[in-house]
Design a binder for this molecule. Structure first.
Ligand SMILES: *Cc1c(COP(=O)(O)O)cnc(C)c1O
Length: 301
């Protein structure tokens, strides 16, 4: 099969703010990897698909919400690589399906709905086993695509960075992407995660556990910032929407409000507040997720 994926170039962003503060900022364009299977969701799927194939599993089963970038990417990747895909969606079947669910169905993902109470316990092994009894055997990919195999794909981002750098930044949900970057850095340089969720910080421990499960040691050269979640997951404020529009006009690069918009807003604010010393070279990861914009169409007309 021909490789359906594009490269993810590293591009420098030029802004008066960066000049004034003496920092250099680069963006790693994982949004360009593929129209549908893009960003960190592809990075996290890559070695899971590989493992599924190796184990001769033809069915993928995963979980997510009605607007999930992971459901969307898994549906498209399954179709592309000829897996059968099952998506278990949080909550009641909606009367009007989101664009994400319509797309997943168009890729022949089978969709089932799980009430929120049960969904909270979905990862318990007894519940996964009971799904096997009901549905038949499958390769299980957790919500958000985050497991130890996900780190192997994310780690490749670090190997691809073709410019010297001091910091690498990513948006954070489950922490899987940050964990992959931390693993890839092997204790060198620094990684910064920007949480899209309000935190009580259980994320740091989660990242440590993932990194340890993957390479056997923990690293301390990372931190997670909880100051730019804009009131919580998927919540937006006019400031954030304005920033995303400004970013598009200035750099010609589209962000979305759930993850990448918040990260770049946070990064610009930290630069403004002299968080980075002069001479710092910062790489910010564009984790994709642009399908999610359709849920915010009214803000971007
Ligand atoms: C899922 C997602 C994230 C969060 O990644 P985690 O590995 O769950 O922390 C960040 N950005 C985008 C665009 C995403 O879709």
């Amino acid at each position: 099969m021909q490789n359906p994926f594009n490269d993810s170039p590293l591009q420098q962003l030029h802004d008066k703010l960066f000049e004034e503060k003496g920092v250099e900022v680069f963006i790693k364009r994982d949004d360009l990897i593929h129209e549908h299977v893009q960003g960190n969701k592809w990075r996290k799927l890559k070695y899971n698909l590989y493992k599924a194939r190796l184990n001769k599993q033809n069915t993928l089963l995963t979980f997510g919400g009605a607007y999930s970038n992971h459901i969307y990417a898994t549906a498209a990747a399954a179709k592309l690589f000829h897996f059968k895909a099952i998506g278990i969606i949080r909550g009641e079947e909606p009367q009007i399906k989101s664009d994400t669910l319509l797309f997943a169905a168009s890729q022949e993902m089978e969709l089932y709905y799980m009430d929120r109470e049960m969904y909270r316990q979905k990862d318990e092994s007894a519940n996964i086993e009971s799904l096997r009894v009901q549905i038949g055997d499958f390769y299980y990919i957790p919500e958000g695509g985050t497991n130890v195999h996900a780190l192997e794909g994310v780690e490749e981002i670090v190997e691809e960075l073709s410019q010297p750098f001091d910091y690498v930044c990513t948006a954070c949900g489950t922490g899987g992407t940050l964990a992959g970057l931390v693993a890839g850095l092997r204790g060198d340089k620094k990684a910064i995660g920007f949480s899209s969720l309000k935190g009580d910080d259980t994320l740091t421990e989660k990242v440590n556990e993932l990194v340890k499960a993957y390479i056997g040691v923990e690293f301390t050269n990372f931190c997670i910032n909880f100051d730019y979640h804009f009131a919580g997951y998927a919540k937006v404020k006019p400031d954030l929407i304005e920033f995303i529009k400004h970013f598009k006009n200035k750099f010609g690069i589209q962000l979305e409000p759930v993850y990448t918009g918040k990260m770049f807003y946070g990064l610009f604010d930290l630069i403004q507040k002299d968080y980075f010393t002069k001479g710092s070279r910062i790489v910010a990861l564009h984790t994709g997720g642009l399908q999610g914009l359709s849920g915010y169409a009214e803000y971007f007309r």
